[in-house]
Design a protein around this ligand. Structure first.
Ligand SMILES: Nc1ncnc2c1ncn2[C@@H]1O[C@H](COP(=O)(O)OP(=O)(O)OP(=O)(O)O)[C@@H](O)[C@H]1O
Length: 289
């Protein structure tokens, strides 16, 4: 058994999709590092989920990988190249969908390609080809019937599908998702779980997914990375002992429930909580919009 699952050593010759070594970051004026000693290797095509107490730096780490934040020291590489800003090879989806309200669903999905044509980065032929991709994504996301609707006419779940389709438009090798389903009701979340698992299989995208929901983390991830606060660091990496293709009934399997219990206990230990009740209160307070 690999003593440190944060480092996948089965195939050391192969270039990892994402490689983080000794990463450290401190926000200006803060007394403590928001991230310290982060070591992580994520292989191409993996679906890795992150959980941990509020404020342990999950979003900051995701934003560093996305190039939206700079780290102070250590290495952070995607496809072997140091990250020094955002790029089309890394799509991002956040909890709040931030769609353009004056554009239709279809235009929202195509927006970045159209923008590049105006800035001269793409030829119109390339944009034509991209329209085919936009249509394919509309179908994949079940948005065909609402392609000409405005975002305000859609439910939260539909809007988040548009945001995911937009993030996939540039065929990113990496999809970074920060609490993407956090604002959705339980039933819509379940539908979105099946959808994102399907998209992951189909597009073979590497997914890094931050959530407060331990069940969601286990159901979607092949590994669950548990972070701890003050300073923000990786505490434990759990391998998920389930077949790659998940089915909703697996949520009731003994190995699923045992892992959920272990992760919740560990979160409780890293936050210094004494009771489940305290932990639940803390988790639900941090999950509130
Ligand atoms: N731009 C910023 N400037 C200063 N401090 C920040 C900034 N962004 C986040 N922080 C602080 O860094 C810490 C980690 O925040 P971050 O959002 O990364 O944690 P998180 O684990 O994603 O939290 P949550 O689960 O509550 O979303 C928090 O204490 C937060 O207040």
């Amino acid at each position: 058994m690999n003593p440190n699952p944060a480092e996948k050593t089965e195939n050391p010759e192969k270039l990892p999709k994402i490689e983080v070594r000794g990463l450290r970051k401190r926000y200006e004026g803060a007394a403590i590092d928001v991230l310290q000693g982060i070591d992580l290797r994520i292989e191409a095509g993996e679906f890795v989920t992150f959980v941990g107490a509020s404020g342990c730096g999950k979003s900051t780490l995701l934003r560093c990988i996305g190039g939206l934040e700079h780290h102070d020291s250590g290495e952070l590489k995607v496809d072997g190249r140091a990250v020094d800003g955002p790029g089309p090879e890394r799509g991002m989806v956040f909890q709040h969908y931030s769609l353009y309200p004056w554009l239709s669903v279809r235009e929202n999905i195509r927006f970045c390609r159209q923008l590049r044509v105006h800035t001269g980065e793409r030829t119109s032929a390339e944009v034509e080809a991209a329209s085919g991709r936009a249509d394919a994504l509309l179908r994949l996301m079940g948005l065909g019937a609402v392609a000409e609707a405005w975002p305000a006419q859609l439910s939260g779940g539909m809007q988040q599908r548009v945001a995911i389709a937009r993030a996939l438009m540039s065929r990113p090798g990496v999809l970074l998702m920060d609490e993407p389903f956090g604002a959705l009701d339980a039933q819509t979340r379940e539908v979105m779980h099946e959808l994102i698992a399907h998209v992951h299989r189909l597009e073979r995208t590497t997914v890094v997914f931050v959530t407060h929901d331990v069940e969601e983390a286990i159901y979607l991830g092949s590994r669950v990375v548990l972070m701890a606060p003050r300073p923000g660091r990786i505490d434990t990496v759990f391998e998920v002992p389930l077949p790659a293709r998940r089915q909703p009934e697996m949520k009731h399997a003994p190995e699923f429930l045992a892992l959920k219990r272990r992760i919740l206990e560990r979160i409780r230990a890293t936050t210094g909580m004494d009771t489940d009740h305290e932990l639940l209160e803390r988790l639900s307070a941090s999950a509130a919009p």
